[in-house]
Design a protein around this ligand. Structure first.
Ligand code: NAI
Length: 334
C-alpha cells in the first residue's frame, strides 16, 4: 500500500534538505505518494494569507506532512506560517528527540545525551496578540490555558509511560509569571499525579538552561510551554552537534507534520551545503508514525553509520561533503 504524504519544501534551505530527505525515504523502498505543495515567502505574499488553501486541503487529505522550514520576516511583515499551521490543525504537541549520535564526537561526547522535548505548540507568547498601547509602549499577550497545558502534559507523560522513560521535568518561570506559568505547572502536577511511577520534577527555566549545559545526561523528558520550548530546543541541539541534526514532529489528534528544529538558514541557502540530517531524522519519525518500523530503523541506522565513520559529513558538523554527497552516503549505507 502506498502512503499519501504532503511534502512542503518551504524556502531557504528547505527545498534542498527536503529533497534530500525524500530521496532517502524513497530509497528505503517504502511506497510514498508525495503530494508537493508550496508554502514559502513568495507564495504567502502573493496569496495574501499565511496559509494558502491548497496546503490545508492537502494536509486535510493526507493527514501526514513532511515540512521544510519557512522564513518569517523579523519585526514586521506577515505572521509566522509555522505558528498559523500548528494552530489551524491543532498540532498541539511539538516533540523533539535530542540524542547523541553514536560514535560522533562533539564537545559533550563524554556523556550520553538522550532527552525528548515536549513543547506546547499553540499558545503562550506565540498567540501573536500584540498591541501598541500608546507610541513606544507595546504589550504582548502570553496566553496559557488549562486545556492546552493539560493536553501537552498528558502527551508527554503518555509518551514517557509508553517508552519506559523515568523522569519528566516541567520547565517554567512561575516565580515571576505566577498566574500564567503557575497554571501551566498546576496542570503538569495534576497529570504527573496519574503517573506515580514516573519521577516528576520542576525547574525554573534559567536554572534549567544552566543544568542542560552542565549535566545534559541527567535530562530525560522535558515539558515546556511554547516559548521556553523553542529556546531550549535550540540550546539542546547545540549539545549534540547543532541544528543540522535535531528532528521534530508537530502532533495533533488528526494530523502530524514532521519538520526539523532548524529554520530556513538564509545564510547558507542555495549553496548545496545544508545538512539534511534533521530532515532525514524527521522522516524517520514520520516512517514510525506510518508504522513502517523496519524502514525507519534502516534509515536511522544508515545515518548513524555515516556519522560514526565520518565518511560524508557536511560542514556544520566538521566535514566537507555537500548536501547531495551526504545523502548519497546515507543511501549507500542503507
Ligand atoms: P536557523 O535555524 O535558520 O539558522 C541558525 C543557524 O544554524 C544558521 O547559522 C544556519 O546556517 C545554521 N543551520 C540551520 N540549519 C542548518 C542545517 N540544516 N545545516 C547547516 N546549518 C544549519 O535560524 P534563524 O537564522 O534564526 O532563522 C532563519 C529563518 O527561519 C527565520 O525567518 C525564522 O523565522 C525561520 N524559522 C523557521 C522555522 C520553521 O519553519 N519551522 C523554525 C525556525 C526558524
Amino acid at each position: 500500500m502506498s502512503h499519501q504524504v504532503t511534502l512542503i519544501p518551504g524556502d531557504g534551505i528547505g527545498p534542498e534538505v527536503s529533497s534530500a530527505a525524500r530521496r532517502a525515504v524513497d530509497a528505503t523502498g517504502v511506497s510514498i505518494d508525495w503530494e508537493v505543495v508550496q508554502l514559502n515567502e513568495e507564495v504567502i505574499r502573493k496569496a495574501g494569507v499565511s496559509l494558502p488553501q491548497d496546503v490545508l486541503d492537502s494536509l486535510e487529505r493526507t493527514r501526514v506532512g513532511l515540512k521544510g522550514p519557512v522564513t518569517t520576516p523579523i519585526g514586521g511583515g506577515f505572521a509566522s506560517v509555522n505558528v498559523a499551521l500548528r494552530k489551524r490543525l491543532d498540532l498541539y504537541a511539538n516533540v523533539r528527540p535530542v540524542r547523541s549520535l553514536p560514535g560522533f564526537a562533539t564537545r559533550f561526547s563524554d556523556v550520553k545525551i538522550d532527552m525528548v522535548i515536549f513543547r506546547e505548540n499553540t499558545e503562550d507568547l506565540y498567540s501573536g496578540l500584540e498591541h501598541e498601547v500608546v507610541k513606544d509602549v507595546v504589550t504582548s499577550l502570553k496566553v496559557i490555558t488549562r486545556v492546552a497545558s493539560i493536553k501537552i502534559a498528558e502527551y508527554a507523560f503518555a509518551y514517557a509511560n509508553r517508552m519506559g522513560r523515568k523522569k519528566v521535568v516541567a520547565i517554567h518561570k512561575a516565580n515571576i509569571m505566577k498566574l500564567a506559568d503557575g497554571l501551566f505547572l498546576r496542570c503538569c502536577r495534576e497529570v504527573a499525579a496519574k503517573f506515580p511511577h514516573i519521577e516528576y520534577k520542576e525547574l525554573i527555566v534559567d536554572n534549567a538552561s544552566m543544568q542542560l549545559v552542565m549535566r545534559p545526561e541527567t535530562f530525560d523528558v522535558l515539558l515546556l510551554p511554547n516559548l521556553y520550548g523553542d529556546i531550549v530546543s535550540d540550546l539542546a541541539a547545540g549539545l549534540v552537534g547543532g541544528l543540522g541534526i535535531v528532528p521534530g514532529a508537530n502532533m495533533g489528534e488528526g494530523h502530524a507534520v514532521f519538520e526539523a528544529v532548524h529554520g530556513s538558514a538564509p545564510d547558507i541557502a542555495g549553496k548545496g551545503i545544508a545538512n539534511p540530517t534533521a530532515m532525514m531524522l524527521s522522516s524517520v519519525m514520520m516512517l514510525i508514525h506510518l508504522e513502517e518500523l523496519e524502514a525507519a530503523k534502516r534509515l536511522q541506522g544508515a545515518i548513524e553509520k555515516v556519522y560514526a565513520d565520518r565518511s560524508a559529513l557536511t560542514g556544520d558538523v566538521g566535514g566537507k561533503a555537500s548536501t547531495d554527497e551526504f545523502t548519497s552516503g546515507v543511501i549507500r549505507a542503507m
